[in-house]
Write a protein that binds this ligand. Structure first.
Ligand code: SF4
Ligand code: SF4
Length: 287
């Protein structure tokens, strides 16, 4: 199988992400921890796909992102997962978590459901490391963009996530989502504050304000918790300090973003933050 879906452009499978030629899913179910517009009464209908196009040394989902745990699904089985999220769980959207290696299969699974009249808005939930060409080709999976802007400096992205050209791609991807697909009312930019790199969160906020304006929704996230390879890699081996976090929160206010969320650092629970490491595979609610 030829694969150029993400910026790695491996040309073949398996490539950098390790995904095979069958979609693999770790877990699916209603998720109540996403941003408020996506949650509603019944949760956001998340499907956590195995593998990932980045390799973050602090990944909280390493059992399925790095190590590829999960179950291979046929197109019919994938359709059934989406059908159950819509009809049994009553979720208000389909939330595709790191779907990029499996986009052709997701498209086919959802196309079958649309023929049955089962249709929900689709959330593309991404690290931001995407190709604009792929977003355009799979535009029907981009009703909502829930994209990260994790770094503003490529050297950090290379060290911490193993990708050399993150900034260019992530900024272009979110800009495309806002301007060409979703508009500011259906695009959320997540800013995860990283220890020792909080200036990059501020630089990302500055870029957002300058390029896309202050109407865009930003979600400043306090949940960083050292995990996996970060435990032995300073400065990622420590939590974000209150001073670092406060500087980012103040910057978000100073730039004048009109809509969004700033998580409370003091209320951030490290056990919850590591939920991905402790989550079982299969179907189930995610808090
Ligand atoms: S933190 Fe997110 S983007 Fe990074 S490897 Fe894990 S799942 Fe992928
Ligand atoms: S999705 Fe995976 S195989 Fe395809 S280009 Fe990206 S890293 Fe390579």
């Amino acid at each position: 199988m030829i694969c150029n879906l993400c910026p790695h452009r491996c040309g073949k499978r398996p490539g950098y992400c390790g995904a095979g030629e069958t979609p693999r899913v770790f877990r699916w179910g209603p998720h109540f921890g996403e941003e408020p517009p996506l949650v509603g009464d019944k949760g956001s209908g998340c499907v956590f796909f195995s593998r990932c196009t980045m390799k973050c040394l602090y990944c909280q989902n390493s059992p399925w992102s790095w190590q590829g745990r999960g179950e291979d699904k046929s197109i019919a089985e994938l359709s059934q997962i989406f059908r159950d999220l819509a009809l049994k769980d009553g979720c208000g959207n389909w939330n595709l978590v790191s779907p990029t290696p499996y986009l052709p299969f997701v498209r086919e699974a959802l196309a079958r459901l649309r023929k049955e009249g089962v249709c929900l808005p689709v959330v593309w939930n991404s690290s931001g490391y995407e190709r604009v060409e792929t977003l355009a080709e799979y535009g029907e999976l981009l009703d909502w963009a829930l994209f990260d802007l994790r770094y503003s400096r490529d050297a950090t992205a290379l060290k911490a996530s193993g990708v050399k050209d993150y900034v260019e791609h992530a900024r272009a991807a979110f800009k495309y989502a806002v301007e060409q697909r979703c508009g500011p009312e259906r695009a959320i930019c997540r800013i995860l504050v990283l220890p020792g790199h909080h200036e990059e969160a501020i630089e990302s906020l500055a870029w957002l304000a300058a390029e896309l304006g202050t109407e865009v929704m930003v979600s400043v996230m306090a949940q960083y918790t050292p995990a996996y390879k970060a435990l032995a890699t300073p400065p990622f081996d420590r939590p974000v300090t209150p001073k670092e976090y406060a500087e980012v929160a103040e910057a978000a206010a100073d730039f004048g973003f009109e809509r969004g969320w700033v998580q409370d650092l003091a209320a951030s629970d490290p056990k919850l933050a590591l939920f991905g490491e402790n989550m079982d595979k299969g179907h189930g609610t995610v808090q």
